[in-house]
Design a protein around this ligand. Structure first.
Ligand code: GLC
Length: 571
């Protein structure tokens, strides 16, 4: 075993992201809860993940499904009690796993006591949020929210504007004020002292705002949001936070850092963050229009396109772009470390986005798994992707996601696009696709709840569910399990350097990379398409196959089948 690597438990670990609201409901109210997660704690163990990251379970009015926190130190009623949470922490630790909590400190809910007090200019907390005076008709600058619509809301009570980079029910905290920083650090210490194993820092690159809050540059059809990210005091705040809170705990710090490039990421690493979450590889599927471009949606052809055409129009991906994104980060951070995810609660379903969720469902989901688990990065799995859960269709009234709702309103009201035209967009873009209930079995509501689910259940649950996946040794679930197990035993897969081999013009839609550590080397080849492809010319494909997603492969067979994934042992 090679020793000249900079080891860390969080590099070797795999992370499983739980979206509690949609994971498992224990009391029939239609919402997932902590007891529900506890009832399924063995599932994490069976899959073989090491860290559970819990999306917010704090008290919240749920304008943004828990990312609008009303009280950082108590548990949302619907989720259970602090005792339930402590029980879950024990369950996770008893299984030798770790628990990472979401940390949402760019903003709170507008129902947080701090904000309620802040609305009173004489209440003592007048400077805890970002307020600007001015008449009700003229916002302080031209900023738009990351969810669409203005980033300022006029408060009648205080007769002033407050800033919200996200929803209007998510006012931004004023990090310039040392009192707010101290209050946040106290709260973080409260959770660290409870024994958690890390924080996933939500939108953390947004906490420092540019001096004077200047207007953003705009053009006819673009708006430069760079001003929102990595503000002038960001690294000072991050370093102070580390010194005041987590520096003396053995925890994993995951920074969600929109608007950050690898150079900037290195500074976060110096501040004490272990891995930053980047988005470049997610953006490669959007096409030139971006996530919610009205021009794109307005295209006449969209309305009349058939399923397959739509798929192509809305879900394009060039492997060269994917490689550029991965490589940019892998090479860009040098000796530092990345994480990688192919799905999350903010994205659509991995198999629908990167694979083929119809004809080659199993093959393409396991190809995506192979891609995810063979990179030099801590892999993050999102609940349900390990059984190949898919995107689905949404009636307008069924949309729950505050972002999708806002964007749909803008598209219908301001751009006059009928909802039927937008519907395929929602299927391809809305975060709701990742938030449909976890599909446990083929009983009513996929075994998620005995009540009325808070969000629609994907109707493919009779085919795609945990019970079925566990009973089938060839399932996507078991493939993940085996590959996770393999990764945890393999230094070369965790720590090896990466050489990028394909794509190139000679092998369209084939991905290949090599990982090398000392004498050990593996070659990963992924036939990312529904056609067969001969890969005989690639160096190493005559080597023994360590891992693959098809049965009966032989090493002298160099034609890869649709979505076939192979990991070769180069010795
Ligand atoms: C992050 C979260 C997302 C949330 C937003 C605002 O991006 O992942 O779900 O809506 O921050 O808190």
């Amino acid at each position: 075993m090679s020793t000249d690597v900079d080891r860390a438990w969080w590099k070797e670990a795999s992370v499983y992201q739980v979206y509690p609201r949609s994971f498992n409901d224990s009391d029939g109210d239609g919402l997932g809860d902590l007891q529900g997660i506890r009832n399924r704690a063995d599932y994490f163990d069976e899959l073989g993940v090491d860290v559970v990251w819990l999306c917010p379970v704090y008290d919240s009015p749920n304008a943004d499904m828990g990312y609008d926190i009303r009280d950082y130190r108590s548990i949302m009623d619907e989720m259970g009690t602090m005792a339930d949470w402590e029980g879950l922490l024990d369950d996770v630790h008893d299984r030798d796993m770790k628990l990472v909590m979401d940390l949402v400190v760019n903003h709170t809910s507008d129902e947080h006591a701090w904000f309620v007090e802040s609305r009173d200019p004489d209440g003592g907390k007048d400077d805890w949020y970002i307020w600007r005076d001015g008449g009700p008709d003229e916002p302080p600058n031209n900023w738009i929210s990351l969810f669409g619509g203005p980033a300022w809301t006029y408060d009648e009570r205080r007769e002033a504007w407050y800033l919200h980079l996200f929803d209007e029910k998510q006012p931004d905290l004023n990090w310039e004020n040392p009192d707010i920083r101290e209050a946040i650090y106290d709260m973080m210490t409260f959770w660290l002292e409870k024994g958690i194993d890390g924080f996933r820092m939500d939108a953390i690159s947004c906490i420092s705002k540019p001096h004077g809050l200047p207007d953003a540059d705009t053009g006819e059809d673009w708006f430069d949001m760079d001003l929102y990210f990595n503000g002038p005091r960001i690294h000072e705040f991050m370093q102070e936070m580390a010194a005041e809170t987590y520096e003396n705990y053995d925890v994993m710090l995951i920074g969600e850092t929109p608007g950050t490039d690898p150079e900037e990421a290195k500074q976060y690493y110096e501040d004490g963050v272990d891995v930053v979450v980047y988005f470049d590889h997610m953006d490669v599927t959007y096409g030139p229009g971006g996530k919610w471009s009205p021009d794109y949606v307005g295209m006449e052809t969209l309305a009349s396109a058939g399923d397959e055409e739509l798929d192509e129009m809305l879900n394009t991906m060039d492997l060269a772009d994917l490689q550029e994104a991965i490589r940019h980060w892998d090479e860009g951070v040098g000796d530092e470390w990345n994480c990688l995810y192919m799905g999350s609660h903010d994205q659509t379903r991995a198999v629908s986005r990167f694979g083929d969720d119809h004809e080659y469902h199993r093959e393409s989901a396991t190809l995506v798994a192979t891609f995810l688990l063979t990179q030099r990065a801590t892999p993050f799995l999102y609940q349900g992707d390990e059984i190949g859960m898919t995107n689905t269709d949404w009636d307008r009234d069924d949309i729950r996601d505050v972002e999708a709702r806002g964007q749909v309103d803008i598209l219908t009201d301001e751009h006059d696009v009928p909802y039927e035209t937008i519907a395929p967009f929602v299927r391809n873009r809305s975060r709701d696709n990742a938030r449909t209930p976890m599909q446990w079995d083929d009983s009513e509501n996929a075994g998620f709840t005995d009540g009325d689910p808070w969000i629609q259940v994907n109707d493919d649950y009779d085919r795609i569910n945990v019970e079925r996946a566990m009973a089938d040794p060839d399932s996507i679930f078991h493939y993940y399990r085996r590959l996770l197990d393999h990764r945890s035993e393999s230094d070369v897969l965790v720590y090896g350097d990466t050489a990028y081999v394909l794509p190139d013009d000679e092998y369209p839609n084939v991905w290949a990379h090599r990982r090398t550590l000392g004498e050990d080397s593996v070659l990963v080849v992924l036939n990312w398409q529904a056609e067969k492809r001969d890969v005989a010319g690639i160096d190493g494909v005559d080597s023994p196959v360590l891992f693959g997603n098809y049965d009966g492969q032989t090493t002298d067979e160099t034609t890869l089948r649709p979505y076939e994934a192979r990991v070769y042992d180069l010795g």
